[in-house]
Ligand binder design. Structure first.
Ligand SMILES: O=P(O)(O)OC[C@H]1O[C@](O)(CO)[C@@H](O)[C@@H]1O
Ligand SMILES: [Fe+2]
Length: 189
């Protein structure tokens, strides 16, 4: 009747959670996500790098329960665009989430269903509150792995479709040696 409590030690240096389910996203898993399609194709041909790894401790999809996961988002760029996670709305759209940055440098792009975007820079210790209804994507703007912990309702689910199709209204690029958050030229609301 009662579930067993759990204490695990997250390795803040590597992001590894012992016993967690690991998934790996390579660049080839992210077709259509980056603006520079030629650069994407070249990089997929030349080694198809791992963009990020997720270590997840997940429960049954029931209201009231919680999941947690670390993500190790590697440094890199496709063209001018920094490596990022796919990004998603929650399938249950009104579910919120908390992110805690552990290592490296990056940020989070958030967006309403109408396409209003926000950028929140993240460094170790930054806690980000993702309110209900906001899509969210993390971006590595540094040159070492960007590692963070996410805590989310077990019944939140993932809706990747909208973002896969339309992307975010902003993109995070490097220009003149600077990190810039600019309008996505391909965005259509
Ligand atoms: O699910 P995405 O967009 O690939 O991003 C990965 C991260 O987001 C989560 O889905 C939580 O929002 C985690 O599994 C992981 O921390
Ligand atoms: Fe989420």
């Amino acid at each position: 009747m009662y579930k067993e409590p759990l204490g695990v030690k997250v390795d803040f240096e590597t992001g590894i959670i012992p016993g967690a389910k690991k998934s790996v996203r390579r660049l080839s898993d992210m077709k259509g996500y980056f603006l520079d399609e030629k650069a994407w194709e070249e990089m997929v041909k030349n080694g198809d790098p791992v963009v990020y790894e997720v270590y997840a401790v997940e429960q049954e999809e029931k209201e009231g329960d919680l999941n947690f996961a670390t993500t190790v988002l590697y440094p890199g760029k496709v063209g001018k665009e920094f490596f990022f996670t796919k990004g998603h709305f929650h399938a249950k759209k009104d579910r919120a989430e908390i992110y805690i940055a552990l290592k490296g440098k990056g940020g989070m792009l958030l967006q309403t269903p109408e396409g209003e975007a926000r950028w929140i820079p993240m460094e170790p210790g930054t806690v980000v509150y993702v309110p209900p209804y906001w899509a969210h994507r993390t971006v590595n703007t540094g040159n070492e792995p960007f590692i963070f912990l996410a805590i989310y309702p077990a019944d939140a689910g993932h809706d990747y479709g909208t973002i896969a199709e339309k992307g975010f209204s902003k993109v995070v690029i490097e220009e003149d040696g600077e990190v810039k958050v600019v309008d996505n030229p391909r965005w259509k609301s």
